[in-house]
Design a protein around this ligand. Structure first.
Ligand code: PLP
Length: 357
């Protein structure tokens, strides 16, 4: 960390904390008392502020709305038994934030400013970090273009904001997924590696159709041949095939997930063979048929480890083992939680502790 950021803090005088039901936290609908906001004007970031959460006034002509110069991040903060609040690997998100920014011709943010911005607002709303098992404070940093100009060119002004939501577990059940063989999330040369808002708008129709067909999620395949597995919904996908932890290698069509990286790091430490390469639909289906597909799950900050119960391909549904009996995903889920909630030593330096100001 370099110098301390000058952040103007305006606290709310009507906290909603006491009236919030922490036993009923629909994902992304309950916001904390405060939010962070900064402006990019005249080629620099300025006006760093923590202000009460609420509506903001914007021109209806902002290019974020018309041309999609907009992207986001997703991170979580956890409360330990001793009250410590830690954020999981936000340095990785800071780097990815800047990759997304560059892809969309938007300004980058120095990593230490990104981290201090998050720490500032999480610190003020630290009482909002849930204490129940498997709950967390979801952190949503995002940036969008604010020039009121209907020309297709990069904006010269932007806002960087951070919202916070207390959340419970994202998926409560084992997922029934289908391999998507028509729609495409991202193509080579596109922006699948960026957490660009437009990627998610484009994914909604295929996801809705999959739900109408009775599935919970879809597995995206490559845009050219639909023969290789890419991701699962808005999460990375990890398999254990015949004892090997296997996941598609990152490329410009795949989001380089922090959870994915964490899962692979633990797998390697535990001595599992790990392969990051092109993963064909054919080998996954073959493994599901002959019983060698030992495990399959989605990996992401929001979803954490989301076990796949069955995979459907070309109208055939293949059932996998009961998730509770799966050695790898159970172990990795428990270990990641132990690190995040501080019940095991953080030997990797993954927890960024939010100090009380
Ligand atoms: C956010 C996201 C992921 C998961 O990334 P994490 O850093 O683990 O949260 C994977 N794929 C897509 C498309 C995503 O948007």
């Amino acid at each position: 960390m370099t110098e301390t950021l000058d952040i103007k803090i305006t606290k709310t005088n009507h906290s909603r904390l006491a009236e919030t039901d922490f036993n009923n936290l629909p994902f992304g609908k309950i916001f904390t008392d405060h939010m962070f906001v900064a402006d990019y004007v005249d080629g620099e970031w300025k006006n760093f502020q923590v202000i009460p959460y609420g509506e903001i006034g914007l021109s209806p002509a902002i290019s974020a709305l018309h041309y999609g110069q907009s992207f986001f991040e997703g991170i979580k903060a956890y409360k330990h038994a001793d009250g410590t609040v830690s954020v999981f690997r936000p340095d990785k998100n800071a780097k990815r934030f800047n990759k997304s920014a560059e892809r969309l011709c938007m300004p980058t943010i120095p990593e230490d400013i990104f981290l201090q911005s998050i720490a500032a607002v999480v610190d003020i709303d630290r009482d909002w970090v849930p204490t129940q098992a498997d709950h967390a404070l979801y952190i949503r940093p995002f940036m969008f273009a604010t020039d009121p100009f209907l020309g297709v060119s990069p904006s010269s002004t932007y806002k960087f904001m951070v919202l916070l939501c207390p959340v419970g577990p994202y998926f409560s059940k084992t997922l029934r997924v289908k391999i998507e063989t028509y729609y495409t999330r991202s193509a080579e040369g596109g922006m699948g590696f960026a957490k660009s808002s437009g990627n998610y708008g484009g994914a909604m129709l295929p996801a809705k159709k999959a739900v109408e067909e009775g599935f919970d999620q879809l597995i995206w395949t490559d845009a050219k041949d639909h023969a290789y597995v890419e991701e699962m919904g808005a999460a990375n996908v990890v398999f254990v095939l015949d004892g090997t932890v296997l996941t598609p290698s990152t490329r410009d069509t795949i989001l380089d997930g922090v959870t994915r990286d964490t899962v692979l790091a633990l797998a390697r430490e535990w001595g599992y063979p790990v392969e990051e390469r092109r993963v064909s639909v054919a080998e996954i289906i073959e493994g599901a048929k002959n019983g060698k597909l030992n495990d399959a799950f989605g990996a992401g900050t929001a979803a954490t480890i989301a076990p796949v119960g069955s995979i459907s391909f070309n109208g055939e549904e293949y059932f996998l083992s009961d998730p509770k009996t799966r050695e790898f995903s159970q172990r990795v889920f428990k270990e990641m939680n132990a690190i995040k909630y501080g019940t095991t030593p953080d030997t990797h330096g993954w927890n960024y502790i939010v100090n009380a100001e």
